[in-house]
Design a protein. Structure first.
Length: 375
């Protein structure tokens, strides 16, 4: 494997842009979704900032050029988490979003259900001591005073597009009970029988992963199916892939150890194996099946040398070639990076999008092109 080119797909010096997800609808139509919020002197990710929107971009030439980003699905959808895209068997596109319910601080404190809101004094102290985000810029001592909003859960939604993501219709709310909410940033998978599987994190606890299933092309959704829960482990941000033999493989971010975990299903996603820790340190991940049947697992590497890495598996995920990582980037300035996802180009090369800071300290949506070698 050789990474031969890097691109900046989108940069706004006055914005914080991050957390992209890329899918290939067909060889001449790629769709990319990411987050954007105003740039601040310190880092606030989506759970803590109501100013986030999901934006969408398109490429008709396999990543050589990109359209200008547009808000998706529209400007009413603010304060959202990272979004995911799923290409359906009928060539429709599905966008899944988790949104929070935001109120000005004084109004939230006087709500009859104010106990359901998260207030700055509840999360700011933890943010200021966060070993990852706090080390990037530091947080002001009076952070609590600067945050003038509170949040509650808003719901999990899917939207559908019949024109490659240009317009969106048929919004459906997904019931996630008994889980608090449902956040997923790598989309789902549609099985050959038509069932759509959408793996989600139990937001805002970020400890359990489950999936929801639609048997009618997204019109309705079954009750959640548990996937991963272990005491002392904090699972979120799953990525799912169907192997050639029909087995479903899922990789999970885990926030206590920062190693990826994996689980599998041999019955179409109704039951899942006990999650096991992989030797892969990094997060979150994305899975891609290569033409030679090897698995490509790409992930963010938030320790020195900061960057984007990938590892291969030649046995359907039973083992990973951790001793021979592919270094897409090892020159990023800090750990404010990651969320890579990859697609194959027609020439067999691998195109990977992610976010990282540039030399100006602005987080940009970037891409790298990797040449595929024989296994």
């Amino acid at each position: 494997m050789e990474t031969v080119r890097h691109q900046i797909l989108y940069k706004d010096s006055f914005a914080y842009c991050a957390h992209p997800h890329l899918v290939s609808l067909r060889k001449d139509w790629w769709v990319l979704v990411f987050n954007r919020a105003p740039r601040r002197a310190y880092v606030l990710h989506p759970p803590h900032d109501p100013h986030y929107y999901n934006l969408i971009m398109f490429s008709s030439d396999q990543g050589e050029t990109w359209s200008e980003p547009q808000v998706v699905p529209d400007y009413d959808w603010y304060g959202v988490e990272c979004a995911g895209l799923t290409v359906l068997n009928d060539s429709r596109l599905m966008l899944n979003q988790w949104r929070f319910h935001w109120l000005p601080l004084n109004q939230a404190r006087h709500q009859p259900d104010s106990e359901t809101f998260l207030f700055p004094e509840q999360w700011c102290p933890q943010m200021k001591t966060d070993p990852e985000l706090g080390s990037l810029t530091g947080y002001p001592a009076d952070l609590e005073r600067q945050i003038t909003w509170a949040r509650a859960n808003g719901g999990t939604f899917v939207h559908f597009s019949e024109d490659g993501g240009k317009t969106w219709q048929n919004t459906q709310k997904i019931e996630t009970f008994p889980y608090s909410g449902g956040y997923g940033m790598r989309g789902g998978w549609q099985l050959p029988n038509g069932d759509i599987l959408l793996p989600l994190s139990d937001v805002p606890q970020y400890q359990r992963v489950y999936l929801v299933r639609s048997r009618d092309n997204g019109s309705s959704w079954d009750k959640p199916t548990p996937v991963a829960e272990i005491g002392g482990r904090y699972f979120e941000e799953p990525t799912i892939l169907c192997l050639p033999d029909g087995r479903l493989l899922m990789l999970l971010r885990e926030n206590a150890t920062h190693f990826l975990y994996q689980t599998a299903s041999d019955d179409g996603g109704y039951t899942w194996s006990q999650p096991i820790q992989t030797p892969i340190w990094g997060y979150p991940a994305h899975l891609l099946l290569l033409p030679d049947q090897r698995l490509w697992c790409v992930f963010g590497y938030r320790r020195k040398p900061f960057g984007i890495r990938a590892v291969l598996s030649s046995d359907s995920g039973k083992s990973w070639e951790i001793a021979s990582p592919i270094l897409l980037r090892d020159d990023c300035p800090n750990g404010d990076l990651g969320y890579p996802s990859s697609v194959l180009r027609s020439d067999g090369s691998i195109y990977t999008v992610y976010y990282a800071q540039d030399s100006d300290g602005a987080t940009c949506i970037m891409a790298s092109l990797t040449l595929l070698t024989d296994g």
